[in-house]
Design a protein around this ligand. Structure first.
Ligand code: NAP
Length: 277
């Protein structure tokens, strides 16, 4: 089983389903990534702050897969958005992963009050020129943050990784990303498992002889988003990837679209700052 592929605005190709690894320790991440690569995943999402880049890298190397067959994303933490910190932070991530480059590097949160995300974006552009990262993007950026970096540099991020799942769709961010040709990566695509119990989703899943997680992941794919479901359970890891083969009817997609409550589970990107954590 393989995830569908999507071409980003810089020509880089990304598998549309990636394994999320938040909250996994190094050992748990290594086991989950091993299961995922065996099941056919070719895209892993980690971050410096997850403190599991070592485990992720170990499992990728142990798989024996050629480096260019696995798409690896990591993220720059909030306190590394400065001239001095940015390069050592990326070097530390590469060192832990045991890689000489990552496929995608993201500014983890904008932290607008800190006032460093424009500088951070410029540095990511430099890292890409140097070949340390193939593609660059952002995470948790709101429309005004996206406009600010594009106005300043003329370069749009390849992706914006944001909280997005059936009960929370940030419509303004989705519209701005469409306008700028920025791909959406959905974080907490299953609503941190809470959306799995939604009766509307459970009913569609029963009718299609699928799991609620597969219905939700298929919905992300139908919208053209990259989904990053996290699981440490081998059977779930495999069945989540099988969502690639699930066909949703247009009326099912429309029904799922009506579940948006506007209620986010994670922090508000306009307010998260190093001193609010
Ligand atoms: N950029 C950001 O700021 C940001 C923020 C949050 C998350 N993320 C990324 O997005 C990824 C996913 O988000 P998330 O981890 O918050 O939540 P999620 O993927 O929406 O949900 C994960 C939860 O769902 C469970 N689960 C997964 N597949 C299942 C299935 N088929 N049936 C039943 N339960 C299932 C998992 O349990 P088990 O593991 O026990 O199987 C886990 O408890 C993260 O891991 C991370 O890579 C990024």
């Amino acid at each position: 089983m393989q995830a569908p592929l999507k071409t980003l605005n810089d020509g880089v190709v990304i598998p549309q389903i990636g394994l999320g690894t938040w909250k996994l320790t190094d050992d748990e991440a290594a086991a989950a990534v091993e299961s995922a690569l065996k099941a056919g995943y070719r895209h892993i999402d980690t971050a410096a702050i997850y403190k599991n880049e070592k485990g992720v890298g170990q499992a990728i190397r142990a798989s024996g897969l050629p480096r260019d067959q696995v798409f690896v994303t990591t993220k720059q933490w909030l306190t590394d958005q400065g001239r001095k910190q940015a390069r050592p932070a990326l070097e530390a991530s590469l060192d832990k992963l045991g890689l000489d480059h990552v496929d995608l590097y993201l500014i983890h949160w904008p932290c607008p009050r800190q006032g460093l995300f424009l500088e951070a974006w410029q540095q990511l552009i430099d890292f890409r020129s140097e070949g340390l990262v193939r593609s660059i993007g952002v995470s948790n950026f709101l429309p005004d943050h996206l406009d600010a970096i594009v106005d300043e540099t003329g370069i749009a991020p390849a992706v914006n990784q944001v909280e997005l799942h059936p009960t929370f769709v940030p419509e303004d961010v989705v519209a701005k990303c469409a306008e700028l040709d920025v791909a959406i990566e959905s974080w907490s695509p299953l609503g941190m498992s809470q959306d799995l119990n939604n009766p509307v989703i459970v009913e569609i899943a029963a009718r299609l002889d699928a799991t609620p997680a597969q219905v939700i992941i298929a919905w992300h794919l139908r919208h053209g988003h990259v989904a990053l479901p996290k699981s440490k359970t081998p059977e779930r890891i495999a069945s989540n990837l099988a969502a690639a083969e699930l066909q949703l009817r247009p009326e099912d997609v429309a029904t799922l679209d009506r579940l948006n409550t506007g209620h986010r589970l994670g922090p508000d990107p306009a307010k998260l700052e190093p001193d609010t954590l």
